[in-house]
Every structure is written in C-alpha cells, then in structure tokens.
Design a protein around this ligand. Sequence first.
Ligand code: SAH
Length: 356
Amino acid sequence: MEAPKQDIRALSKEAIQDFFLSHKAPSFKGTQVYQWLWQKGIHDFDLMTNLSFEHRDLLKQYFEIKHINIDLQQRSKDGTIKNAVQLHDNLVVESVLIPTSKRTTACVSSQVGCSLDCTFCATAALKRMRNLNADEIYDQVVAMDQQSKLYFQHPLSNIVFMGMGEPLMNYKNVLEAIDKITHTEGLGMSPKRITLSTSGIPKMIRKMADDQVKFGLAVSLHSARQEVREKIMPFATKFPLSELLEALTHWYTYTKKQITFEYVVWEGINDQKEDIQALVKFCRQIPSKVNLIQYNAIDNSNLKQASSEVIEAYVDALTQARIKVTYRRSRGEDIAAACGQLANKLDTKGKETIKH
Ligand code: SAH
C-alpha cells in the first residue's frame, strides 16, 4: 500500500530544503518550492515551472498540497464580499472582505465555531469544532488579497481577526499565520495593518506582550461592570475585569500600543449612567480608544440596540473625558456578513452569488 502523503505546507523551509538534499538535489530547490507555496500561493506542483519534471514528480510522490476552496461568494449592496471557505475536511468557515473608499479590510476566521459563549454572537451558537491550521488562516488572507485586486484594483490594506472564533484560543496557529502574512517570503504585509480582536483572555494577552507581537489589539469589552459583562459573556466569570485590566496594563507596558475596546450598547443591558461611568473609569486606567459597534441582530435573541440618544450619551461622556471614540457602522448586513452574524447559514436566496 502506498504511504499516505504528507501535507508539504506543514513543513518549514528548512525541512523542504533537507528533503531535496536527501534526494541529491540542491537545497535552493527547497527555497523555490517554499516561495511557490507561500509567496505565490500556488497549489499545484505542475505550476512550479522552475522545477524540472523529475523534481515535480518526486514531490508528488511524497507530498500533497492541502488548501482551502472558496465555495461561494456573496456580495452585499455595499460591496462587502462574504466567502464560504471550505476546508480540506469539508468543514466551512466564513471570511469577509470589506471595502471602503480607500481601503479593503479582510475579516478572518480563526476557529470552526467558537469555544466561548457570548449571548449576542451567532458564531457562539455553533460550538467549537476545531482550530484552523496556520495555512487555512493564511489562505483566507491570500484569497481576499486576490479578490481585493480583482474587484477593487488594489491589494488588501488591513486584516482583522474578527471572523469566527476566538483567536487567542488558537494562539500558536494564529501567530504562525501572521508570521507568514508579514514575512517577505509570504505576503510581506506590515503588522501595523493587522488587528487581533479578543473577547479578553488575560493569560494570553500577557503572553502576546511577552512574545513582543507587532500587531494591534482590540478587546470586546461590551461592559466595564463585572456583573453585567458576565450576563452577556458568561465565560467572563472566569476572567474578571480586574484581571483583564492587569493583563492590558502588562500589554501596554511592553508594547506601548493603545488598546481598542469594542462595545455594543443594548437596551436594558448597558444603557444606564452607571454603565457609561464604568466605561469611562475603565478607559482612564489604560491608554485606549472605544469603538462603539452597531448591534447586528441574530436569530433567537431578544437583544436590541439602545437608542441613538444613549449612544450619543456614551460618545459625549467619553469625549469629555478625552477618550477617543468612534462609531462603527455595520457592513454587509444584507448577506449576514456583519460582526457577530457569521454562522455558515449559506442562505443565498435573492442574493448575488459568484462561483469561483
Ligand atoms: N472572538 C473575538 C473575535 C470575533 S468577534 C472577539 O470576541 O473579539 C468580532 C467582533 O464582533 C467582536 O468585537 C464582537 O464583540 C463583535 N460582535 C459579535 N457579535 C456581534 C453582533 N451580533 N453585533 C455586533 N457586533 C458583534
């Protein structure tokens, strides 16, 4: 019986070079293969045209190239593109390309489903199936970079880890993917254009600071009152705000990067004066800015966005306290591509879809 083939993308550049050396070929052939795989995003040994046919056959004998397939694209009225990303084991995640007048932002998934239980997020209802591999995360970015060039005539400008899953619960693979995204032998993007969004896992925030990461950090705060936060993000009982603040202080001390707090205001949940005061007090303790996010309704939920008066009260209080605040409009709502709506519904009725 033929031995199972190994996924060549699980190998480091050095390992591929060693493979060639052990087959009496020069190690730079390994460098070339690595560039085809990561810099040029090629998924077929026959397209590696600077390799001899012999070398291509040798690779085919030992390796396969696992990769994602973009199954279906949906385009929103506002230009947002949602991709159904089929993984090699047929599980599906979603990724979203969001254009603005000058930029395109890729919203990337890090897990199939999610291990956390935020009551307002559609992905949470899916439960976690598995972590994505580094190459599955990287491939989403490559695919959206190509889409950005095709549909918006320029490469991807920004990447946010705000798709499905909790990136800090898949730390190793997320970091490996970011390494490839930023490396000159990968996409060569600046880490300054990357933001990792987390629900706030103190231990891992500390670790990121200790690992001296160069990308930005956003935290889904949603309430600066422990008892309120626990109601909407039940896992937060294990990670009290006091610990989160300590971890963020550690992050700032070592990275000198201010933190973005993502915050949705819901009627009857966090729409009182105490809520606003608590947020102002929390932000004063750490260099930060607040991104107020529009709530995107999800199935089976009674949550409702607070009135614009309440949102204005938040903006006023934060501005008075000299804390920077922005309000994020939803994008791609009509195709369930907005924050918190990613749930693999694949409901394409009446929507423009593009087959790859
Ligand atoms: N797990 C990570 C990243 C995924 S969520 C995190 O929690 O940050 C990405 C962003 O969408 C977070 O800011 C999250 O709070 C927000 N979000 C989730 N559900 C939402 C909803 N229904 N409406 C608006 N934003 C939502």
